[in-house]
Design a binder for this molecule. Structure first.
Ligand SMILES: Cc1cc2nc3c(=O)[nH]c(=O)nc-3n(C[C@H](O)[C@H](O)[C@H](O)COP(=O)(O)OP(=O)(O)OC[C@H]3O[C@@H](n4cnc5c(N)ncnc54)[C@H](O)[C@@H]3O)c2cc1C
Length: 211
């Protein structure tokens, strides 16, 4: 439900229609919603957590600050779409202004705007997170199994028959610039490579290539 289309008066009944027990405390201007789990943010993390918890029978409420868009609701032109779908209209910088951070802020979070390139966290990164940051879960078989599950749910494949437009453009650019190729990058894919974002930051575009 989109609260932007609701009023203080219609919100409680809309929540109740979704099967939620709601107590409207008008005196304190509070609407109390009963659920087992409240998840803040509907992005890749929140979305997966919500699906797993709801699948296990919990009553889950996902709270998303961004608006909900379908393809009919926006132009698909880059300028206005970035404004509508990204955190702070796409203008979030690091403290010193040296870096620009792009993050989706809409229903689906980053998954609504990202490339759907699917990488499994490589062994060496998982070991580093576990050892250097005291996060043993990342080196465990449970984490590997969770990645497998997400890949299965998303239908990740390296056997795409129809590429998205952005990948066609990237492929054309790589071909025309005669860059060497060793990495596959297209919608919902598998990367069998040692490529990894923090390495990418130290690489030239020529090292990041497409088959
Ligand atoms: C342009 C772009 C392309 C990308 N391409 C890829 C790719 O190809 N492959 C890949 O693996 N990753 C890609 N990523 C990265 C990936 O999308 C993110 O790593 C991922 O979305 C992070 O998931 P998350 O759940 O941590 O947060 P997000 O997906 O960012 O979700 C956070 C959500 O929480 C909401 N939120 C924040 N604060 C509040 C609040 N106080 N109350 C309510 N809601 C709140 C936000 O609006 C947002 O919707 C890309 C990212 C971008 C921006």
């Amino acid at each position: 439900m989109e609260t932007i289309n609701l009023t203080d008066a219609s919100l409680p009944s809309s929540l109740a229609e979704k099967g939620l027990a709601v107590t409207d405390d008008a005196a304190r201007n509070v609407c109390r919603v009963e659920c087992d789990v409240a998840i803040v943010g509907s992005g890749c993390g929140g979305g997966v957590a919500a699906a797993v918890l709801a699948g296990a029978g919990h009553k889950v409420v996902v709270i998303e600050k961004g608006n909900y868009f379908t393809s009919r609701d926006y132009t698909s032109f880059e300028g206005p779409s970035i404004n509508q779908l990204y955190e702070s209209g796409g203008f979030v910088t690091t403290m010193n202004g040296g870096g620009l951070l792009l993050a989706g802020s809409t229903v689906g979070g980053g998954s609504a705007v990202n490339w759907s390139a699917c990488l499994k966290t490589p062994e060496f990164v998982r070991r580093e997170w576990a050892a250097a940051h005291g996060l043993p879960l990342f080196a465990s078989p449970d984490y590997a199994a969770a990645m497998d599950k997400v890949f299965e749910r998303l239908g990740v494949t390296s056997g795409c028959t129809e590429e998205g437009l952005q990948n066609k453009v990237l492929r054309k650019g790589v071909r025309e610039a005669a860059l060497p190729k060793h990495v596959v990058v297209y919608g919902i894919l598998v990367l069998e490579t040692d490529w990894w974002p923090h390495r990418f930051l130290n690489k030239k575009i020529a090292d990041w290539t497409v088959t």
